[in-house]
Unconditional design. Structure first.
Length: 169
């Protein structure tokens, strides 16, 4: 089954179709996309300065990540990692670069490929990889990765919402 799907945010059916195609059901991912999409106001992406997640969507912040994107050479830095995510990852990656960790900097990894697609095409991506982390009761994660505009040549940002899906009981 495909686990990465890039879609056109201007197509009102594309997000729902992508969620269905990847068998994703997360209300958190839906809410994160709706927040980002509402901030676009007809543009390809919102500017980072348009967002104030701590005030506007506080219930989603524990499941939010922000990444700095250096375009050349391509690399991603963990800028903000929500508290729920930190609890379900091996460690707190805040401030680290993907290039510092072989598991994230591998161009074959679905996470790297997804973030590269967002960086190169400035369009959101849905991602449903197998969960890798310290908890054995999770089976996979559902993510939406979305570009953010910044005014710094050669750089970008990405906003990611992640939901951890437990194994069926």
């Amino acid at each position: 089954m495909q686990q990465i799907l890039q879609f056109d945010a201007d197509d009102p059916e594309a997000f729902a179709a992508g969620m269905a195609a990847l068998d994703m059901n997360s209300p958190l991912v839906r809410a994160g996309f709706q927040y980002w999409n509402g901030k676009r106001q007809g543009r390809p992406m919102p500017a980072r300065s348009d967002l104030d997640p701590l005030i506007e969507i506080p219930r989603l912040v524990p499941s939010l990540m922000l990444f700095d994107v250096r375009l050349s050479p391509l690399d991603f830095r963990w800028r903000l990692v929500g508290s729920k995510i930190r609890r379900h990852f091996w460690k707190d990656y805040t401030g680290e670069w993907f290039s510092d960790d072989a598991s994230y900097s591998n161009p074959e990894s679905s996470v790297w490929r997804s973030m590269e697609l967002v960086a190169r095409n400035a369009r959101p991506v849905l991602l449903r990889p197998v969960y890798v982390g310290p908890h054995d009761d999770f089976i996979y994660v559902e993510n939406v990765l979305m570009p953010l505009g910044i005014e710094r040549a050669g750089w970008g940002m990405q906003m990611v919402f992640i939901d951890f899906i437990r194994k069926p009981k």
